[in-house]
Design a protein around this ligand. Sequence first.
Ligand code: SF4
Ligand code: SF4
Length: 299
Amino acid sequence: MSEPTAPVPPEDPRARLQERILADHPRLGPDDGFQFACHPGISCFNRCCADVNIFLSPYDVLRLKKRLGMPSGEFLQKHVLMPVHKDMKTPVVLLRMNDDEHKTCPFLTDQGCGVYSDRPWPCRMYPLGLAAAKDTPDGWRGERFYFLLREEGCRGFEEGPRQWTVREWLEDQGIEDYDLWGEQFKELTLHEFFEKGGTLSPEKMHMMFTACYDLDSFRDFVFGSTLLSRFEVDEDFVEEMRYDDEALLRFAFLWLRFSLFGEPTVKAKAKVVEAFMNSLDKRELFDKGPGKAPEEETR
Ligand code: SF4
Ligand code: SF4
């Protein structure tokens, strides 16, 4: 099964896409049904795995780089595009199509998807899309609903009598893990910091990109810097992070919520807090004027 997604508009890609979907598509709930089948014998087989914009989540990248046995840096260099637009609040990565006549997906084979069990979330979801209404107190996180994408030339809707409910399709396609990771990622991308107009400096954008998508470089940062000596991180968790990308991504999300938005998701060690307080004391002293001890002021 493959996934044509809607083309990315040149600006503000995710928000504009959501707005268009809300206007154009009937909403489906978990128990609503639809008819669809995709299989190697179908006349359109493999045609949709070309010239499509597929946004990759951090978990998509984690699964794909593991599947391909590649370090994250190599995967990013070979297989993703990083569009940049002034309105983008967080880094975005897209799967890079081949530079051939049809712009085919690099993972496409004559037999279908060559990374099928690790295919990205949008490829699993098709023909379903997921959206959320914005006019709720928690922004895009509110009122989730599904809708049917009917890509031109897709014969899957005419195939056989197979009926699915939305719930059955999601289960069949193994969406649950992807959704769980997606929810954690949304805690970052939909953070109230952005709702209130906050923007990330280039350095913080880079930190977010590295922690979300370039896990091997993030691992070098975690284990090659003073981070672990400055923050309280459970020893077993630290050992897990050395070898397990999922543990590392869990920490990456916690670290980003702390370092980008100041949430107490990571705790500084007592000695670091003490040193920080001492430095504040010294600054206070300095602000009162060079050479003046507090006692002098009271004389
Ligand atoms: S990852 Fe697989 S399913 Fe998705 S576009 Fe590529 S070949 Fe098709
Ligand atoms: S049925 Fe649709 S999803 Fe399946 S191969 Fe054809 S175009 Fe792609």
